[in-house]
Design a protein around this ligand. Structure first.
Ligand SMILES: Nc1ncnc2c1ncn2[C@@H]1O[C@H](COP(=O)(O)OP(=O)(O)OP(=O)(O)O)[C@@H](O)[C@H]1O
Length: 354
């Protein structure tokens, strides 16, 4: 039995439809929901918590269909981007708020609040009021308030998006540690692929009310099902033709280059070739006896967060490569420099052109 199973779910809200959603997760899974704006990610969360009733379908939590259960009876917590703390309550009272409905012993409440506040490193803030806290501190309080009642399932709608990069990083670590310790099952809506990489083990991709792909993080990132998903997750896409399928892979023609990949796509001759910028290798001299080596030069180098993106141009195509600062320095890479690109056959993925 799956911990959470969503079966044939249809939701209608005004002119918007979520259509035939099917997915299931296990206890302790961390599912991130991604996709363009307006694709129905929040509506799905709010349907799971019980704010909207589906038109059709089931939401089975530990085998029990909860669609007719009042939100307060579902034992599902939710954390929003804007924290939604009670302004006239201290941090202590905000965290204790939900627990007081279940637990009457003041001593037990105090001990639980202290314990979770310590875990989330906000125990020195307990007497303060929300408006005196930073965004990162408020989000920790919101998280403590959600976790203290030990929800079966915790839903989070862009919980880190209002925070700066460093606070996001710290909170991701805390989120990972705390939810692991509590063995919380999480569904987290985000626009930030760093959240997906650092937190999730499963990913659901939505577009215009449809679940386009659902799978493990490896499946989504290494085998995106459509060109749209591949682009969204930052992969470079090229049109290619299958030349030959052989026992250990496929030979492709792409802009006049012949490429080897270990991937198969037998259903289609015309395919898209996906190259992930973090999987491109750069050499100063052409390595011997390796396939898929192309001379290129560096057009531009851009700094993005703590990595550098190199824009590379070969005779046949342009692509991007991600590098650390150390790598850039070690190879003395700069705009205009000639290099050799190595596209490892295992890293080249193909999807059909439909
Ligand atoms: N109560 C409502 N009644 C009618 N339409 C709604 C309602 N709530 C949301 N919508 C519409 O449903 C669509 C999906 O909304 P939703 O908030 O789920 O998108 P989202 O994928 O979470 O987007 P974002 O990434 O921008 O937060 C949007 O077009 C939105 O305008």
């Amino acid at each position: 039995m799956n911990f959470l199973q969503i079966k044939n779910l249809h939701i209608t809200l005004g002119n918007f439809f979520l259509k035939n959603i099917n997915l299931s997760i296990e206890k302790g899974d961390y599912l991130t929901i991604i996709g363009p704006t307006g694709s129905g990610k929040t509506i799905l969360l709010e349907c799971i918590i019980g704010f909207y009733k589906p038109k059709q379908g089931q939401i089975l939590l530990e085998g029990k269909n909860i669609v007719d259960l009042a939100p307060c009876k579902r034992n599902i917590g939710i954390v929003y981007q804007d924290y939604a703390l009670l302004p006239n309550f201290t941090v202590f009272d905000n965290i204790a708020y939900g627990l007081r409905k279940k637990e009457k012993s003041k001593l037990k409440i105090k001990a639980k609040v202290l314990s979770i506040a310590q875990k989330l490193q906000i125990d020195d803030l307990l007497s303060r009021f929300p408006e005196t806290l930073s965004g990162g501190e408020q989000q920790r309080v919101a998280l403590a308030r959600a976790l203290i009642v030990n929800p079966k399932l915790l839903l989070m709608d862009e919980p880190l998006s209002a925070l700066d990069i460093n606070t996001k990083r710290e909170l991701r670590i805390l989120l990972k540690q705390t939810t692991k310790e509590f063995n919380t099952t999480i569904i987290h809506v985000t626009h930030d692929l760093d959240d997906v990489w650092s937190l999730a083990n499963k990913v659901a991709f939505f577009k215009k009310g449809e679940l386009l792909q659902f799978g493990t993080i490896k499946e989504i990132f290494s085998q995106p099902k459509t060109k749209f998903i591949a682009k969204f997750i930052g992969t470079d896409i090229f049109e290619a033709r299958v030349q030959r399928v052989y026992s250990s892979g496929t030979l492709l023609e792409c802009n006049g280059c012949i490429l080897h990949t270990t991937d198969f796509q037998p259903s289609s001759k015309k395919v898209f070739l996906c190259i992930k910028p973090d999987e491109i290798m750069i050499f100063l001299e052409p390595p011997q006896k390796l396939p898929n080596i192309f001379p290129a030069y560096i057009e531009h180098i851009f700094k993005e967060t703590n990595l550098f993106t190199l824009h590379l141009k070969s005779n046949n195509f342009s692509c991007r490569a991600l590098m650390t600062y150390n790598m850039l320095k070690q190879l003395n890479l700069r705009p205009g420099k000639k290099v050799f690109i190595y596209l490892k056959p295992e890293n080249l993925k193909i999807i059909p052109q439909t």
